[in-house]
Design a protein around this ligand. Structure first.
Ligand SMILES: *[C@@H]1O[C@H](CO)[C@@H](O)[C@H](O)[C@H]1NC(C)=O
Ligand SMILES: *[C@@H]1O[C@H](CO)[C@@H](O)[C@H](O)[C@H]1NC(C)=O
Ligand SMILES: *[C@@H]1O[C@H](CO)[C@@H](O)[C@H](O)[C@H]1NC(C)=O
Ligand SMILES: *[C@@H]1O[C@H](CO)[C@@H](O)[C@H](O)[C@H]1NC(C)=O
Length: 421
């Protein structure tokens, strides 16, 4: 049976995702369009690209739908990633019924769309709606002087003031909209480098994880790529001090084995499993959102999801502003790594505290992992030595905390005793 071949984590992830989708309340664009055979091609692509989920997660939207002939013409020449961009530009994040369309103040306006939420520069993700002569309403790209080549043709359905569905004659296209990178012909490292994530890209290469990510691209992959500044931010531990197993775990923590673009993340009301999540669970992320801002929380830090670099079902590459630090590895104050030579000798007998490091190293990986090579730039004599040092640092930190707490209590007791005398 083919189903048995699907890694269970993948199955779990998709199950959880479909539960979230079903939990989203309000309208359902797929169900609305099901009763209009004229838009069946459009409806099919809305589901296939998951733009339907994005529409359903919004309280107030207007969908500009294309009749079958126009949609077929658009789809024939373009990749799914390009079609997705085109569909997103047809979802206005405001409620326009026919009346409002004809009553636009001053006869022309720019309105934002779902495409803008992917991190489009400037007003690229806006569309121009203009009342032209003879009661005609026309749509076009937002750039000044654009041709308004798409006409409002008829009203399809309204649920005031949540969703309005209007038919238009042609897609709204600006130059470059349909040049979306596709997963199939993408060089992952080149894409990441171009998006300002050179450090992340080079770590994927040096650890050998790139191959795992590439092989996951057929079935479902979402990457949260920290930009280069994120790796230099305060509080980010020195990656050279991590064992290579922990480094691999940290990188896997930035990947999901499912297709979860930004708007699908918003629907997440459960912690989401990452590629670092083993059979014991853990290494998960929680998601919060406010409007179009999506934030990932690790328990140690949080990061905003910034731009969409690639969105081609089933692959999404998103940039994040901060390195995601899993609490399983960094729960005990990551503290900017002091120079190894200045480490005080540990005053405690080395307690056999269960180091999260060794646990994560043994956690079963959902994909066959090629043996991780130590980062080429690592000055550590051996990855194990580096991890031992990290453990020493942690236990001495704990000892210091205990000592200062003890001192504090002693001082407080003494003060109280003096007061009572
Ligand atoms: C929306 O409607 C379609 C069919 O009309 C259905 O398959 C789908 O599960 C619905 N989605 C939600 C989130 O209820
Ligand atoms: C919309 O496009 C038309 C034609 O290019 C232009 O005259 C009008 O100023 C634009 N409207 C806005 C609000 O930019
Ligand atoms: C419109 O959306 C609001 C907020 O999501 C919801 O409470 C309301 O029931 C919806 N109205 C209709 C008619 O579905
Ligand atoms: C992908 O791009 C990187 C750098 O941009 C380059 O070094 C590598 O050779 C490319 N890989 C392929 C398969 O083209």
């Amino acid at each position: 049976m083919a189903k048995n071949d699907v890694p269970s984590s993948l199955l779990m992830a998709s199950l959880v995702l479909s539960v979230w989708a079903a939990a989203a309340n309000g309208h359902n664009i797929t169900a609305i369009l099901d009763s209009f055979p004229d838009y069946s091609v459009y409806n099919g692509y809305m589901s296939q690209t998951k733009v339907a989920d994005e529409v359903n997660s919004r309280d107030t939207v207007t969908c500009l739908v294309l009749p079958n002939a126009a949609m077929t013409a658009l789809a024939a020449k373009h990749s799914l990633a390009a079609i997705k961009n085109a569909l997103r530009l047809l979802v206005l994040l405001d409620y326009f019924d026919p009346q409002k369309l004809h009553d636009i103040p001053l006869g022309t306006t720019l309105t934002t769309t779902l495409y803008q939420t992917t991190g489009a520069p400037g007003k690229q993700g806006f569309v121009n709606i203009t009342n032209v002569r003879g009661g005609r309403v026309a749509f076009g790209p937002s750039s000044p002087g654009s041709k308004l080549a798409s006409d409002y043709t008829k009203s399809v359905r309204q649920i005031p003031y949540n969703i309005s569905v209007l038919e238009i004659s042609a897609p709204i296209i600006f130059p470059g909209l349909l040049d979306a990178p596709t997963a199939a012909d993408s060089n992952l490292t080149a894409l990441l480098e171009k998006a300002g994530c050179k450090t992340f890209a080079s770590l994927l290469v040096s650890t050998g994880l790139l191959k795992n990510f590439q092989s996951a691209m057929d079935k479902g992959l979402t990457l949260f790529a920290p930009n280069d500044e994120a790796f230099n931010a305060d509080g980010v531990p020195d990656l050279n001090s991590l064992s290579s197993a922990d480094l691999v775990t940290l990188l896997q923590y930035h990947a999901l084995l499912s297709y979860t673009p930004k708007d699908s993340l918003k629907l997440a009301d459960h912690p989401i499993s990452t590629m670092a999540t083993g059979s014991s669970g853990k290494f998960d992320l929680t998601v919060s959102s406010q409007g179009d801002d999506v934030t990932l929380h690790t328990g140690v830090d949080s990061s905003r999801v910034a731009n969409t670099v690639l969105d081609d079902t089933p692959v999404a590459i998103l940039t994040v502003d901060s390195v995601l630090l899993p609490s399983e590895l960094f729960g005990h104050a990551p503290a900017p790594a002091p120079a190894p030579s200045s480490l005080p000798p540990s005053p405690l007998p080395s307690t056999p505290a269960p180091a999260p490091a060794s646990k994560s190293a043994k956690a079963p990986s959902p994909l066959p992992l090629s043996p991780p090579a130590p980062p080429s730039s690592s000055p550590a004599a051996s990855p194990q030595a580096a991890s031992d040092k990290a453990d020493v640092k942690n236990s001495s930190g704990a000892a210091e905390l205990v000592r200062s707490l003890a001192t504090l209590i002693a001082v407080a007791v003494a003060a109280l005793w003096l007061l009572l005398m």
